[in-house]
Design a protein around this ligand. Structure first.
Ligand code: GRF
Length: 205
């Protein structure tokens, strides 16, 4: 049974999708803690409703990004977390954090990486750029986190059609539905030991 820690910053619908799949017995893992850098993240309520420890850690209480990250590491280590999931987490991970959890941090991004990703490209901005560029396909990507932004080895991707009359809201909603399938699937594979990182690639055993 893999101990999972989930980092969030917002509504937590991706968190909810993991909670639901675990409750259905589909994932051989358990969420030991949910940590948010935003006090008002609805995902904290979702965690509490699911009986999961939910922590808000106020970055302003720390002198640096490193100290803030060290506090998160402390809370994860206390609970023997083996897999860190970034589910809409909008804060920097320190080098120390990434080093400590290398190969064990999974992130979900609402586009087909390497398109529409990287610094400053997150949340609704991704869908705005997709619509402005006029691409016919977008999608969701689940990947391991490395030192870069959205540059780690890709685990799963799924395409989503962009419709003529799409707005940011309608497109976001359609992509989120795919995210809610892809993220739990990637976590299930990780917990079954079926993800092999081979250089820049991930092979599913
Ligand atoms: C999702 O679109 C995810 O891809 C992105 O941030 C959003 C989080 O949504 N990283 P939620 O908080 O899981 O509802």
């Amino acid at each position: 049974m893999i101990n999972i820690g989930v980092l969030i910053s917002g509504s937590g619908t991706n968190l909810q999708s993991i909670v639901d799949e675990i409750e259905k017995g589909k994932i051989s893992g358990r969420i030991r803690v949910v940590i948010s850098n935003r006090k008002d993240a609805y995902g904290l309520i979702r965690a509490k409703k699911a009986g999961i420890e939910a922590l808000y850690i106020d970055k302003k209480k720390f002198d640096s990004e490193e100290e803030f990250n060290r506090k998160i590491i402390e809370e994860l280590s206390k609970r023997e977390v083996e897999l860190v999931v970034l589910a809409g987490y909008l804060s920097i991970l320190s080098e120390e954090f990434i080093e400590k959890y290398k190969g064990r941090i999974i992130n979900i991004h609402p586009s087909l990486i390497p398109s529409f990703c990287g610094k400053g490209c997150y949340g609704d901005r991704v869908h705005r750029m997709v619509l402005d560029r006029g691409v016919k396909l977008t999608g969701a990507t689940v990947h391991f986190v490395d030192e870069g932004t959205d540059t780690g080895p890709i685990i799963l991707q799924r395409a989503v059609e962009v419709k003529e009359d799409d707005t940011v809201e309608s497109l976001k909603e359609r992509v989120l539905k795919v995210e809610h399938q892809l993220l739990p699937e990637a976590i299930r594979l990780f917990c079954e030991g079926r993800l092999a990182i081979e250089g820049r690639k991930v092979r599913i055993k």
